[in-house]
Design a protein around this ligand. Sequence first.
Ligand code: UFG
Length: 326
Amino acid sequence: MKVLIAGGAGYIGSHCVKIMSEKGYDVVVLDNLSTGHRAAVKEKLYVGDIRDRAFLDDLFAREKVDAVIHFCAKSLVGFSMKEPLDYFHNNVYGTLVLLQAMEKAGVKKIVFSSSAAVYGDHEKMPITEDYPTNPTSTYGETKLMMEKMMKWAEIAHGFKYASLRYFNVAGADPDGTIGEDHRPETHLIPIVLQAALGKREFVEVYGNDYPTPDGTCIRDYIHVVDLIDAHIRALEYLMEGGESEIFNLGSQDGYSVLEIIEAAREVTGIDIKQRIAPRRPGDPAKLVASSEKIERVLGWKPLFGIKEIIRDAWRFHKTHPNGFDS
Ligand code: UFG
C-alpha cells in the first residue's frame, strides 16, 4: 500500500513516516518545511504546500497513492487567536485544496489529525466523541471545519475518513533519532526537559488556582508512538471498507502540571525548578479523553505511560540539545 504522508516532516508526521516505513509501508512525504525539519525525514520528500493545487496534481500524477494521512496544520492555540485568518488559510483552505486534488486523483481515503480543541470547555470528564463541539480557539475551529468538510466530501464524492482528535501528544521514538523540536516551544513536556538541560532556569507553571486537586491544569498525555499506532489502525480500517469515524486519542489518564514536573524530576534525576506564573488565557482546567470508542472499534490501547513518555522525550532532548540543529 502506498501512502502519502502530508506534513511528514513535522513532529508527529515524522514519527508516522519512520514507523510506517519500518513496518514496510510504501510512504511518500509532502511538507512545506514551515515548521517541519528536513533532517527528520529519510524517505522521499516532496517540498511544497498543500494550498498549491498544481504541486498536488503533479504529485498525485507521479505517485499512485492509495490513501493520505494528513498532518499539515498550524497548531498553536495562542497564536491562532492572534492570527486567525492565517490559521483558516493554512488549515482550512489547505485541507480544501488537498481534498479537491484527492478527488481529482481518485484517492478517497484519508486519516487526519483533529484535536481535543474542538470540544471547548466541559465540566464532566472523560470526554466522549458525542460531546458538543464548541471550540474556544481559532485553532479548534479550524479543526472542526476540516472535519465538516470531510463529512460533506463523503456525501458528495464518496470519501472515507478517520478523524483523530488528539489530546496531549508527547514523547519521541525510543531510538532517540527524532523527537519534538518546535520553535518557539510552547508545550509543557519539552519545556520541562529544556529546564532539566539547563536551557531554561525554571518552568513557569501557568496558574495554581484551578479547580483541580493541586490547583494546576490536568491534561491527558499520549505517547507519539501509541498515537501513530492508532493512525495505522485507522488507515487499515478504512482500507478494509470501514465507515468514516471520529475517534478521541488519549489515554484516559490525567496528570497535573505539577505531577508532570515531578515525574520529569524522577526520570531525569535533575531537580527541575518551577515558578508559579499567571494563568495562560484559554487553558481549560481539565481535559481527559474517553478512549472507549477507539478501543472498541480499532482495538487500540496505549502501551506507554507518563514515565515512558518523559523517558523517550528525554533521550531525544539529551542527544539533541539544539533540536535538529544539534
Ligand atoms: N503549561 C505550563 N507551563 C508551560 C507550558 C504549559 O504550565 O511552560 C501548562 C499549560 O498551561 C497547560 C499544560 O501545561 O495547562 C499543557 O500545555 P501544552 O501547551 O503542553 O498543551 P495544551 O494542553 O495547551 O495544548 C494541547 C495541544 C494543542 C491542542 C490542545 C487541545 O498542544 O495543539 O492540547 O486542547 F489544541
